[in-house]
Every structure is written in structure tokens, then in C-alpha cells.
Design a protein around this ligand. Structure first.
Ligand code: ATP
Ligand code: MG
Length: 346
């Protein structure tokens, strides 16, 4: 650990629905070097369970991963899933900076969905409101205390030291969007149970939404409509994807209804964003999560929305030995959150 830079080492930790991922980087600023990354699959039923014994099992899996990974530090920055975090951009009175914390707490009840006394609240000023010249724009986010506390218990129970909690969507933006990008970018993180949408503009999130349609829903529609078991459905979906000419378009037909539910939610979010920021169209969609590996899914979105769609590269700001390129790109779709957490400036 350097005593001159003041940056103590820590690693990023993403406890996702289907796996736990850890990433440690070295250095600071725009490009950092990969020290270590680690992954262990987790059964979705286990990761989603609130029961004490399941939480202990999860802690044990995490402990094994950490000891096998031989990370250089016990300090950890932990992601908070989009489905648990509330985030909104609101117009707020132009009060003096020193009065802001008090003013926000005073109005918190009308700004966040959960009781303020039972929530961890955080905010950042974004600048002038695009809607109302007398106001400023405030990014506010909150998460229930009991969720943060249970995560803290789990992680501290195995001897780690939590240096920060951060919403997954902020970490993802840091990893996937080049800093200084002025035009709006829409990140689509399609995970196992949920799809998170994040519109970023000028290095700040402007809209986030968590939609309860993930890969699980896509696979279930394949099971039903193709009359196959889960394993086969997974093989079909990841092999043929959204291609209309593979297997006479049968897989496409089986899952298109579910995908179009998602498309319509994406469309709603874009319209919502555009109503607030009318003169800045979405420049690009960046797809990540398990679904970014579904063949032709990015192309399907590109055709639906008429914008550029790219597959997110979680390692875009990270340097590593060239011979590791294929290995790392192969896991890029599931490492965005952990990498973004590791890229924080502590
Ligand atoms: N090539 C592939 N073949 C089979 N399954 C794949 C492939 N690529 C990704 N997946 C699946 O993607 C899913 C995981 O997606 P992802 O890593 O985004 O989810 P997660 O982060 O665990 O979930 P969440 O973000 O909702 O908590 C898993 O079900 C995994 O098996
Ligand atoms: Mg995820």
C-alpha cells in the first residue's frame, strides 16, 4: 500500500443472482492494472433467500472465493442491486450548499419511497434544472437500512472490511461509459431476474430503472413455447438467440414476446428521459449482463430503436497482459459491476 498517493487498496464485490464476482485493480485514475479477478457460481435460490441458514451458506461460498483468490486486501467496495436501490433526478430549491443536507432531509419523505428514518439516503447535485430556471437538479438515492445492514453482517462475518456501498448502476456506468461522454448513453444490464436500465449523461446517471424481466423469463418462455426442458431451452436460446433464420425462427418466435415486453419498457424509459431532456437524444445503447451473449440480441435492439448498440466491455479502462485478452473478454458480460466498483476513487 502506498503512503504517498493516499489510496488504500480494496477490491470490488458483486454478489449477483447467479454468481459472486470480485475484482482487484492496481493504480489510480484513468487506467488501472488488473491484479486479480475471481468468480464462483451461486444457485439463484440461495442468493435470493433471506433465511439465516442460506445467508450463512452464501457467506461460506464468499469466504472460499476470497481465500482461493488470494486478494491483497480485506477492504471491499460492495454493489447494491438496482432492484433494492431507489434513484431519481428531481428539481430542488436553490438553497445555500450548507443548508442542503437539512433541506433534503426535511423533504425526504416526499422524495423517496421508503420511510426516511429507515433508509440510507445519498445525493449529488447535477447542475441547473433543464425544466425550471429557478431550481437545481438533484440526484437522490436511497436504500432500506435493513438491507444494507444484512449485507454488512454477511460480509463482515467472514472478516472483510466494507469501505463503501455503491449502487450497481453507478459502478456499471463507471466501467462501461468513457468518462467525459457528453451525449446520453443507455446501459442495458440484462441479468438473471431483472434488467436494469441506466441513462447516463455527462458522467452522471439521469435515469435508472429495474425491470423484473430477465434471462429467467426468456428461458421460461422458451420452455413453454418450444416444449423443451430448462437445459435444452438454455442451449437453444444461447445458440440460436433472436435469429429469425436459425431453426426456422422457432426460438425467435418462442422468446420474442418476452423480449418485446422488455423493448416496450425500454421505450417508456427513453420517452421519460427525453421528456426531461428533449434536445439530447440517446446516442448509444450499451448491452451487458448474461443477455448480451444471446446471439443477435444487440442487433434486435438496434433495429427496434434505430440507434447504435454495442456490447459493453467491462475491461475498457483496465490494462492486462495481452495473452489474457480472450479469457477476460469471455467473462466481460458478467464483470461490469465488480470492475466499476474496483475503479472507484477511495
Ligand atoms: N453462453 C452462455 N450460455 C449459457 N448461459 C449463459 C451464457 N452466457 C451467460 N449465461 C447466463 O447468464 C446468466 C447470468 O447473467 P448475469 O451474470 O448478468 O446475471 P447476474 O448478475 O447473476 O444476475 P443479476 O444481475 O440479475 O443479479 C446465467 O444464467 C448464465 O448461465
Ligand atoms: Mg448482475
Amino acid at each position: 500500500m502506498s503512503i504517498l498517493s493516499g489510496i488504500s487498496s480494496f477490491f470490488g464485490l458483486d454478489i449477483g443472482t447467479t454468481g459472486i464476482r470480485a475484482v482487484e485493480l492496481r493504480g489510480s485514475g484513468q487506467s488501472r492494472a488488473l491484479v486479480k479477478y475471481a468468480y464462483v457460481p451461486v444457485d439463484a435460490k440461495l442468493s435470493q433467500s433471506d433465511s439465516k441458514s442460506d445467508q450463512q451458506k452464501l457467506a461460506q461460498i464468499l469466504a472460499n472465493l476470497i481465500s482461493e483468490a488470494r486478494l491483497s486486501t480485506k477492504n471491499v467496495a460492495v454493489g447494491l442491486p438496482g432492484s433494492r436501490v431507489f434513484t431519481a433526478v428531481v428539481d430542488f430549491d436553490r438553497v445555500p450548499a450548507s443548508d442542503l443536507p437539512k433541506a433534503i432531509m426535511y423533504q425526504a419523505d416526499s422524495l423517496i419511497p421508503t420511510p426516511p428514518a429507515e433508509s440510507k439516503i445519498d445525493w449529488a447535485l447535477l447542475g441547473d434544472s433543464p425544466k425550471d430556471q429557478t431550481k437545481q437538479e438533484l440526484l437522490i438515492s436511497s436504500v432500506p437500512n435493513n438491507y444494507v445492514e444484512s449485507r454488512l453482517d454477511l460480509i463482515e462475518s467472514i472478516g472483510l472490511n466494507v469501505v463503501a456501498f455503491e449502487p450497481d448502476n453507478i459502478a456499471l456506468s463507471r466501467a462501461l461509459v468513457p468518462s467525459g461522454t457528453a451525449q446520453p448513453q443507455l446501459i442495458i444490464d440484462m441479468g438473471q431476474l431483472t434488467t436494469d436500465l441506466i441513462v447516463t449523461m455527462a458522467d452522471a446517471p439521469r435515469l435508472t430503472r429495474s425491470i423484473p424481466t430477465g434471462i429467467d423469463a426468456v428461458l421460461r418462455s422458451a420452455v413453454q413455447n418450444l416444449n423443451v426442458d430448462e437445459k435444452q431451452a438454455e442451449q437453444f436460446v444461447y445458440k440460436f438467440g433472436v435469429s429469425k433464420d436459425k431453426l426456422e425462427g422457432q426460438v425467435f418466435q418462442a422468446i420474442v414476446g418476452t423480449l418485446d415486453m422488455l423493448v416496450s419498457e425500454i421505450d417508456k424509459s427513453i420517452k421519460f428521459f427525453q421528456a426531461r431532456y428533449p434536445n439530447t437524444p440517446i446516442e448509444r445503447m450499451i448491452v451487458t449482463g448474461g443477455a448480451s451473449t444471446i446471439p443477435e440480441f444487440p442487433l434486435y435492439l438496434a433495429n427496434k430503436f434505430g440507434v447504435n448498440v454495442e456490447i459493453g466491455n467491462a475491461w475498457r479502462n483496465v490494462s492486462f497482459a495481452p495473452e489474457r485478452r480472450n479469457e477476460l473478454l469471455g467473462v466481460s458480460s458478467q464483470f461490469g459491476v465488480a470492475v466499476g466498483l474496483a475503479e472507484r476513487n477511495e
